[in-house]
Write a protein that binds this ligand. Sequence first.
Ligand code: ATP
Length: 286
Amino acid sequence: MKNSIEIKNVSKKYPGFALKNINFCVPEGTIVGLIGENGAGKTTTIKALLNIISSLGDIQVLGKNIRKHEKEIKQDIGVVLDNSFLSEYLTTKKLNTIMKDFYNNWDEKKYMYYIKEFQLPENQLIKEFSSGMKMKLKIAIAISHHPKLLILDEPTSGLDPIVRNEILEIFRKYIEEDETRAILISSHITSDLEHISDYIVLIDKGEIKLDKATTELLENYGIVKCSKEDFEKIKIEDYISYRAGKYQYEVLVADKYEFRRKYDISVIDRPTIEDIMLFYIKGGKA
Ligand code: ATP
Protein backbone atom coordinates (compact mmCIF):
# COMPACT_ATOMS: atom_id res chain seq x y z
CA MET A 1 0.00 0.00 0.00
CA LYS A 2 1.31 3.47 -0.89
CA ASN A 3 1.32 6.33 1.57
CA SER A 4 -0.44 9.59 0.70
CA ILE A 5 1.46 11.34 3.49
CA GLU A 6 4.77 10.38 5.10
CA ILE A 7 6.21 12.50 7.86
CA LYS A 8 9.66 11.56 9.18
CA ASN A 9 11.46 13.18 12.10
CA VAL A 10 9.68 16.49 11.72
CA SER A 11 10.56 19.12 14.31
CA LYS A 12 9.60 22.73 14.83
CA LYS A 13 10.59 25.07 17.63
CA TYR A 14 8.56 28.03 18.90
CA PRO A 15 9.44 29.90 22.07
CA GLY A 16 7.65 27.80 24.69
CA PHE A 17 6.57 24.98 22.39
CA ALA A 18 8.25 22.38 20.21
CA LEU A 19 7.17 19.63 17.84
CA LYS A 20 9.60 16.81 18.56
CA ASN A 21 10.50 14.17 15.97
CA ILE A 22 7.05 13.66 14.54
CA ASN A 23 6.67 10.44 12.54
CA PHE A 24 3.50 9.06 11.01
CA CYS A 25 1.91 8.04 7.70
CA VAL A 26 -1.45 8.32 6.03
CA PRO A 27 -1.85 5.22 3.82
CA GLU A 28 -3.89 5.44 0.62
CA GLY A 29 -7.54 4.51 1.06
CA THR A 30 -7.58 5.39 4.76
CA ILE A 31 -8.73 8.10 7.13
CA VAL A 32 -6.22 9.03 9.83
CA GLY A 33 -7.48 10.94 12.85
CA LEU A 34 -4.99 13.26 14.54
CA ILE A 35 -6.11 13.81 18.12
CA GLY A 36 -4.77 15.75 21.10
CA GLU A 37 -5.67 18.39 23.65
CA ASN A 38 -5.85 22.08 22.84
CA GLY A 39 -2.32 23.29 22.19
CA ALA A 40 -0.89 19.77 21.70
CA GLY A 41 0.50 20.61 18.26
CA LYS A 42 -2.13 19.38 15.78
CA THR A 43 -2.37 22.63 13.79
CA THR A 44 1.41 23.12 13.90
CA THR A 45 1.89 19.59 12.48
CA ILE A 46 -0.63 20.28 9.70
CA LYS A 47 0.94 23.65 8.86
CA ALA A 48 4.39 22.05 8.68
CA LEU A 49 3.00 19.31 6.49
CA LEU A 50 1.55 21.89 4.09
CA ASN A 51 4.78 23.92 4.15
CA ILE A 52 2.89 26.92 5.55
CA ILE A 53 5.52 27.08 8.29
CA SER A 54 9.15 26.04 8.03
CA SER A 55 10.21 22.84 9.81
CA LEU A 56 13.01 20.27 9.95
CA GLY A 57 12.67 16.67 8.76
CA ASP A 58 11.27 14.89 5.74
CA ILE A 59 7.71 15.43 4.47
CA GLN A 60 6.35 13.53 1.46
CA VAL A 61 2.86 14.31 0.21
CA LEU A 62 1.46 12.20 -2.65
CA GLY A 63 4.93 10.75 -3.14
CA LYS A 64 6.72 14.08 -3.49
CA ASN A 65 8.73 16.39 -1.27
CA ILE A 66 6.36 19.19 -0.27
CA ARG A 67 9.16 21.75 -0.01
CA LYS A 68 10.24 21.13 -3.62
CA HIS A 69 6.86 20.51 -5.28
CA GLU A 70 4.48 22.61 -3.22
CA LYS A 71 2.56 24.23 -6.09
CA GLU A 72 2.05 20.99 -7.98
CA ILE A 73 1.03 19.03 -4.88
CA LYS A 74 -1.47 21.69 -3.81
CA GLN A 75 -3.39 21.21 -7.05
CA ASP A 76 -4.11 17.65 -5.92
CA ILE A 77 -5.06 18.22 -2.31
CA GLY A 78 -8.05 19.77 -0.58
CA VAL A 79 -7.45 21.66 2.64
CA VAL A 80 -9.63 22.99 5.43
CA LEU A 81 -7.66 24.93 8.01
CA ASP A 82 -8.83 25.73 11.50
CA ASN A 83 -9.02 29.48 11.24
CA SER A 84 -8.85 29.82 7.49
CA PHE A 85 -10.50 32.88 6.20
CA LEU A 86 -13.05 33.27 3.44
CA SER A 87 -13.72 36.80 2.32
CA GLU A 88 -16.99 37.75 3.98
CA TYR A 89 -18.04 39.90 1.04
CA LEU A 90 -18.20 37.09 -1.51
CA THR A 91 -21.07 34.81 -2.47
CA THR A 92 -20.85 31.07 -3.22
CA LYS A 93 -21.40 31.95 -6.89
CA LYS A 94 -18.52 34.45 -6.98
CA LEU A 95 -16.25 31.96 -5.20
CA ASN A 96 -16.87 29.53 -8.05
CA THR A 97 -15.32 31.95 -10.57
CA ILE A 98 -12.33 32.57 -8.29
CA MET A 99 -11.69 28.85 -7.76
CA LYS A 100 -11.99 28.14 -11.48
CA ASP A 101 -8.90 30.28 -12.02
CA PHE A 102 -7.06 28.73 -9.12
CA TYR A 103 -7.49 24.97 -9.66
CA ASN A 104 -6.78 23.34 -13.03
CA ASN A 105 -9.26 20.58 -12.16
CA TRP A 106 -12.00 22.77 -10.71
CA ASP A 107 -15.33 21.04 -11.29
CA GLU A 108 -18.03 23.66 -11.41
CA LYS A 109 -20.80 21.07 -11.63
CA LYS A 110 -19.52 19.24 -8.57
CA TYR A 111 -19.24 22.51 -6.61
CA MET A 112 -22.78 23.55 -7.53
CA TYR A 113 -23.96 20.06 -6.58
CA TYR A 114 -22.45 20.47 -3.09
CA ILE A 115 -23.85 23.98 -2.73
CA LYS A 116 -27.33 22.54 -3.42
CA GLU A 117 -26.76 19.43 -1.32
CA PHE A 118 -25.61 21.57 1.65
CA GLN A 119 -28.51 23.98 1.08
CA LEU A 120 -26.21 26.98 0.81
CA PRO A 121 -27.61 30.10 -0.85
CA GLU A 122 -25.97 31.17 -4.12
CA ASN A 123 -26.34 34.90 -3.85
CA GLN A 124 -26.09 35.66 -0.15
CA LEU A 125 -22.91 37.19 1.29
CA ILE A 126 -20.77 34.75 3.27
CA LYS A 127 -20.78 37.13 6.23
CA GLU A 128 -24.43 36.27 6.75
CA PHE A 129 -23.72 32.52 6.92
CA SER A 130 -23.84 30.57 10.20
CA SER A 131 -20.62 28.82 11.28
CA GLY A 132 -22.03 25.48 10.08
CA MET A 133 -22.77 26.98 6.65
CA LYS A 134 -19.27 28.48 6.45
CA MET A 135 -17.70 25.13 7.28
CA LYS A 136 -19.83 23.33 4.69
CA LEU A 137 -18.74 25.93 2.12
CA LYS A 138 -15.05 25.42 3.01
CA ILE A 139 -15.56 21.68 2.56
CA ALA A 140 -17.34 22.16 -0.79
CA ILE A 141 -14.35 24.24 -1.93
CA ALA A 142 -11.88 21.65 -0.61
CA ILE A 143 -13.42 18.73 -2.52
CA SER A 144 -14.64 20.22 -5.80
CA HIS A 145 -11.37 19.87 -7.71
CA HIS A 146 -11.18 16.05 -7.32
CA PRO A 147 -8.32 16.10 -4.81
CA LYS A 148 -6.44 12.87 -4.10
CA LEU A 149 -6.00 13.82 -0.48
CA LEU A 150 -7.92 15.90 2.07
CA ILE A 151 -6.16 17.59 4.97
CA LEU A 152 -8.70 18.87 7.46
CA ASP A 153 -7.91 20.76 10.65
CA GLU A 154 -10.84 20.65 13.08
CA PRO A 155 -13.53 20.56 10.38
CA THR A 156 -16.26 19.73 12.90
CA SER A 157 -15.40 22.05 15.78
CA GLY A 158 -18.12 24.42 16.91
CA LEU A 159 -20.82 22.59 14.94
CA ASP A 160 -23.92 20.86 16.25
CA PRO A 161 -24.10 17.03 16.19
CA ILE A 162 -26.41 16.89 13.17
CA VAL A 163 -24.18 19.06 10.97
CA ARG A 164 -21.10 17.19 12.28
CA ASN A 165 -22.66 13.93 11.20
CA GLU A 166 -23.54 15.26 7.76
CA ILE A 167 -19.95 16.42 7.31
CA LEU A 168 -18.48 13.10 8.46
CA GLU A 169 -20.78 11.35 5.99
CA ILE A 170 -19.34 13.49 3.15
CA PHE A 171 -15.82 12.40 4.12
CA ARG A 172 -16.83 8.75 4.26
CA LYS A 173 -18.37 8.98 0.77
CA TYR A 174 -15.32 10.79 -0.57
CA ILE A 175 -13.09 7.86 0.50
CA GLU A 176 -15.52 5.22 -0.76
CA GLU A 177 -15.65 6.75 -4.25
CA ASP A 178 -11.97 6.02 -4.93
CA GLU A 179 -9.69 3.72 -2.97
CA THR A 180 -6.55 5.71 -3.74
CA ARG A 181 -7.86 8.72 -1.83
CA ALA A 182 -6.94 9.51 1.76
CA ILE A 183 -7.86 11.91 4.56
CA LEU A 184 -5.92 13.36 7.47
CA ILE A 185 -8.38 14.92 9.90
CA SER A 186 -7.64 16.56 13.23
CA SER A 187 -10.09 17.03 16.03
CA HIS A 188 -10.31 17.21 19.76
CA ILE A 189 -13.82 15.73 19.49
CA THR A 190 -12.57 12.17 19.60
CA SER A 191 -16.01 10.58 19.25
CA ASP A 192 -16.24 12.03 15.72
CA LEU A 193 -13.02 10.33 14.73
CA GLU A 194 -13.77 7.06 16.49
CA HIS A 195 -16.43 6.28 13.87
CA ILE A 196 -14.63 7.28 10.70
CA SER A 197 -10.88 6.93 11.27
CA ASP A 198 -8.96 3.80 10.30
CA TYR A 199 -5.98 4.95 12.35
CA ILE A 200 -5.61 7.22 15.36
CA VAL A 201 -2.49 9.31 15.93
CA LEU A 202 -2.31 10.96 19.36
CA ILE A 203 -0.12 14.00 19.83
CA ASP A 204 0.66 15.40 23.27
CA LYS A 205 2.98 18.33 24.07
CA GLY A 206 4.45 18.16 20.58
CA GLU A 207 5.17 14.41 20.64
CA ILE A 208 3.39 11.43 19.09
CA LYS A 209 2.24 9.22 21.95
CA LEU A 210 0.20 6.67 20.02
CA ASP A 211 -0.28 5.57 16.41
CA LYS A 212 -2.58 2.57 16.05
CA ALA A 213 -5.43 1.11 14.03
CA THR A 214 -8.76 2.26 15.51
CA THR A 215 -10.10 -1.31 15.60
CA GLU A 216 -7.09 -2.44 17.62
CA LEU A 217 -7.68 0.34 20.15
CA LEU A 218 -11.37 -0.43 20.45
CA GLU A 219 -11.16 -4.22 20.32
CA ASN A 220 -7.88 -5.10 22.08
CA TYR A 221 -7.26 -2.31 24.54
CA GLY A 222 -9.06 -2.57 27.85
CA ILE A 223 -9.63 -0.70 31.09
CA VAL A 224 -9.04 -2.98 34.05
CA LYS A 225 -10.96 -2.00 37.17
CA CYS A 226 -9.48 -3.31 40.39
CA SER A 227 -8.53 -2.64 44.02
CA LYS A 228 -5.25 -1.05 45.06
CA GLU A 229 -4.05 -4.47 46.28
CA ASP A 230 -4.78 -6.09 42.92
CA PHE A 231 -3.19 -3.16 41.08
CA GLU A 232 0.03 -3.66 43.04
CA LYS A 233 0.25 -7.21 41.68
CA ILE A 234 0.27 -6.02 38.05
CA LYS A 235 3.77 -5.94 36.56
CA ILE A 236 4.85 -2.61 35.11
CA GLU A 237 5.37 -4.08 31.61
CA ASP A 238 1.78 -5.36 31.52
CA TYR A 239 0.01 -2.01 31.50
CA ILE A 240 0.23 1.38 29.82
CA SER A 241 -0.89 3.69 32.62
CA TYR A 242 -3.25 3.84 35.56
CA ARG A 243 -5.60 6.30 37.21
CA ALA A 244 -6.27 6.06 40.92
CA GLY A 245 -9.87 6.79 41.85
CA LYS A 246 -11.40 7.14 45.29
CA TYR A 247 -12.64 3.56 45.43
CA GLN A 248 -10.77 1.72 42.71
CA TYR A 249 -7.86 1.75 40.29
CA GLU A 250 -8.36 1.94 36.54
CA VAL A 251 -5.57 0.52 34.44
CA LEU A 252 -5.18 0.77 30.66
CA VAL A 253 -3.86 -2.39 29.02
CA ALA A 254 -2.96 -2.87 25.35
CA ASP A 255 -4.16 -6.50 25.10
CA LYS A 256 -7.08 -7.36 27.34
CA TYR A 257 -7.09 -11.02 26.23
CA GLU A 258 -3.44 -11.52 27.17
CA PHE A 259 -4.05 -9.65 30.43
CA ARG A 260 -6.94 -11.99 31.30
CA ARG A 261 -4.72 -15.01 30.73
CA LYS A 262 -2.11 -13.65 33.13
CA TYR A 263 -4.19 -12.11 35.90
CA ASP A 264 -7.23 -13.11 37.85
CA ILE A 265 -9.07 -9.81 37.39
CA SER A 266 -12.43 -10.07 35.74
CA VAL A 267 -13.63 -6.49 35.26
CA ILE A 268 -12.17 -5.18 32.00
CA ASP A 269 -14.16 -2.52 30.14
CA ARG A 270 -13.98 -1.60 26.48
CA PRO A 271 -12.47 1.90 26.20
CA THR A 272 -13.51 4.77 23.97
CA ILE A 273 -10.81 6.69 22.08
CA GLU A 274 -11.37 9.51 24.57
CA ASP A 275 -10.65 7.15 27.50
CA ILE A 276 -7.45 5.99 25.83
CA MET A 277 -6.39 9.59 25.17
CA LEU A 278 -6.94 10.48 28.82
CA PHE A 279 -4.90 7.51 30.04
CA TYR A 280 -2.01 8.43 27.75
CA ILE A 281 -2.07 12.10 28.72
CA LYS A 282 -3.13 12.05 32.36
CA GLY A 283 -2.40 8.49 33.49
CA GLY A 284 0.50 7.52 35.72
CA LYS A 285 3.00 4.70 35.73
CA ALA A 286 4.23 3.20 39.01
P1 ATP B 1 -6.07 23.42 19.22
O1 ATP B 1 -6.83 22.14 19.41
O2 ATP B 1 -6.30 24.37 20.35
O3 ATP B 1 -6.21 24.03 17.87
P2 ATP B 1 -3.43 22.42 18.49
O4 ATP B 1 -3.13 21.02 18.95
O5 ATP B 1 -3.80 22.59 17.07
O6 ATP B 1 -4.51 23.04 19.45
P3 ATP B 1 -1.28 24.24 17.92
O7 ATP B 1 -2.13 25.29 17.32
O8 ATP B 1 -0.45 23.39 17.02
O9 ATP B 1 -2.14 23.28 18.85
O10 ATP B 1 -0.34 24.96 18.98
C1 ATP B 1 0.68 24.29 19.69
C2 ATP B 1 1.49 25.29 20.46
O11 ATP B 1 2.28 26.08 19.56
C3 ATP B 1 0.70 26.25 21.31
O12 ATP B 1 1.31 26.33 22.57
C4 ATP B 1 0.81 27.57 20.57
O13 ATP B 1 0.82 28.64 21.46
C5 ATP B 1 2.16 27.43 19.88
N1 ATP B 1 2.23 28.23 18.63
C6 ATP B 1 1.47 28.04 17.54
N2 ATP B 1 1.81 28.93 16.57
C7 ATP B 1 2.78 29.72 17.09
C8 ATP B 1 3.55 30.83 16.58
N3 ATP B 1 3.36 31.30 15.36
N4 ATP B 1 4.46 31.38 17.42
C9 ATP B 1 4.67 30.88 18.65
N5 ATP B 1 3.99 29.85 19.18
C10 ATP B 1 3.05 29.26 18.41
